[in-house]
Design a protein around this ligand. Structure first.
Ligand code: ADP
Ligand code: MG
Ligand code: ZN
Length: 479
């Protein structure tokens, strides 16, 4: 019988904050700009340029810390982490080592096994480095400093996770919290959320920690799950073979589904950390903290409950509509503006989701106006357009950015309420399909919907189906 092993995992998660400018200068943080168009002497590391802390960064870090149940250090400081690398123009990174902004937090995760707390060791603020682009074709390496000086918070967990499932539950929970707080958009693909995975194994029952490795370069949940499994197996194999695990940083290659060593683990000592003399200590007043606490937006669970209570949604509907914060916002605004929560929910869960999926749009950026959607819902609930037409109008809103009221007007789509026109259409259908009428009157109920369809067709789809049904029923019963 072989030995049983337990996996022990601690995460270092970097999240880029949603502020418009960098942490120590006024440069834009927009993603995807041309290389080196968003830089200045501060973030390009020119000698003598002085950093000034962006207050929004501090505010977002505090909001995150409070939501993760951390203790806030009312006085904290920035330190220099010294290292030489071409993507780091100052030759040091401004970070926090000795006195991070938040410590000792906790976040609750839920897996198939139930609920569990993962402790947060600390949250600190730091600046990002530039990006090296290796052009293998020309054999050159180029550097883009647009990302240099972009604000990050690093959330360091205690080694409390035991499986890939727990790691993913933890990351999803962090992502939900940061997104609902609107402090980060947490996109793994674009790198606005990055997770480094520290993993060791130990014999089941042991209470001491094994030697860990750290894996970087993970930009999807799938890659993370693979990396955890792969690294666990690699370490167990080493131990079973009587070899030792080396403490090192490894790079996970998702294509090869294997990791390889990147560098042996350096010590904090190697970075010659010292307090940054260019930045004064940060003090946080109790009043400001209280203000941030009071302003905290509702998180996912609270909004789910609110949606169920205020708009009468089922638990299922409420959970679908809170899966993404942008959809939750779109729903709530649409519900308020249209005055009809149930219809807003039906639209969001039906047409809106369908289109997002069809067009492969990111649910975080649905690109739809709640105001326009609400007007369409009003047009529908007030009977100005039929549900059938409303779908057509929605299609035009999505594809061409059409304004619903304008579109209805311009294309003559207003529902026909005129009963005279309806009577005429019904009469015509009854005369044109005598066989069907006979069948219906002979007890063949199914033919009824065929007749309704024919009247709708006569009306160019602009009649209200309920009204047509009622009228047709009356007419047929008079026969
Ligand atoms: P460093 O400063 O070298 O990055 P830390 O002590 O700050 O190291 O730990 C970094 C991360 O590694 C933390 O998330 C921590 O929980 C995790 N960790 C530390 N030791 C282990 C271990 N033996 N096994 C798994 N994870 C670990
Ligand atoms: Mg670390
Ligand atoms: Zn700058």
């Amino acid at each position: 019988m072989g030995r049983q092993y337990e996996t022990v995992i601690g995460l270092e998660v970097h999240a880029e904050l949603a502020t418009k400018t960098k942490i120590f200068c006024g440069c834009s943080t927009r993603f995807g700009a041309k290389p080196n168009t968003q830089i200045c002497p501060v973030c390009a590391g020119f000698p003598g340029a002085l950093p000034v802390l962006n207050k929004k960064v501090l505010e977002y870090a505090l909001a995150a810390g409070l939501a993760l149940n951390c203790q806030v250090n009312r006085c904290s400081r920035f330190d220099r982490k010294n290292y030489f690398y071409p993507d780091n123009p100052q030759n040091y990174q401004i970070s926090q080592l000795y006195l991070p902004i938040c410590q000792n937090g906790r976040v609750e995760i839920e897996t198939a096994a139930g609920k569990k707390d993962i402790r947060i060791h600390e949250i600190h603020m730091e600046e990002d480095a530039g990006k090296l682009i290796h052009d293998e074709w020309s054999g050159r390496s180029l550097v883009d400093y647009n990302r240099s000086g972009v604000h990050l918070i690093e959330i360091v967990s205690e080694p409390d996770m035991r499986s890939a499932e727990e790691v993913i539950a933890y990351l999803e929970q962090l992502r939900d919290i940061l997104r609902y707080l609107k402090v980060s958009d947490c996109k793994l693909q674009e790198g606005s959320m990055r997770a480094d995975i520290n993993l060791s194994v130990r014999e089941a029952g042991s209470t001491s920690l094994g030697t860990r490795t750290e894996m970087k370069n993970l930009n999807s949940f799938k890659a993370i799950a693979h990396a955890v499994e792969g690294e666990r197996e690699r370490q167990i194999e080493l131990l079973e073979g009587g070899k030792a695990v080396l403490q090192e940083t490894r790079r996970w290659d998702e294509n090869k589904e294997a990791s390889r060593p990147m560098r042996s683990k350096e010590d904090a000592r190697d970075y010659r950390y010292f307090p940054d003399p260019d930045l004064p200590p940060i003090t946080v007043s109790e009043d400001w903290l209280e203000e941030i606490r009071a302003r905290r937006p509702m998180l996912k669970e609270e909004r789910k409950r609110l949606f169920a209570d205020r708009y009468g949604l089922t638990e299922y509907e409420a959970s679908v509509l809170t899966a993404s914060v942008s959809i939750a916002d779109l729903f709530e605004e649409t519900a308020q503006l249209s005055g009809n929560g149930k219809r807003a929910a039906a639209w969001l869960m039906g047409e809106v989701m369908r289109v997002l999926k069809e067009e492969n749009r990111d649910a975080e950026e649905p690109g739809l106006s709640s105001e326009a959607l609400a007007r369409l819902i009003r047009a529908e609930t007030e009977g100005r357009v039929t549900p059938h037409t409303a779908k057509k109008v929605f299609e035009a809103m999505v594809r061409e950015g059409a304004d619903p009221d304008r579109y209805i007007e311009d294309h003559g789509l207003t529902a026909v309420r005129d009963s005279e026109a309806l009577e005429k259409a019904a009469e015509k259908v009854i005369l044109s399909f005598p066989e069907s009428v006979k069948e219906y009157l002979g007890g063949k109920e199914k033919v009824f919907s065929f007749l309704v369809g024919q009247v709708m067709r006569e009306m160019g789809g602009k009649a209200d189906a309920a009204q047509v049904r009622e009228l047709l029923l009356k007419r047929l019963n008079e026969k």
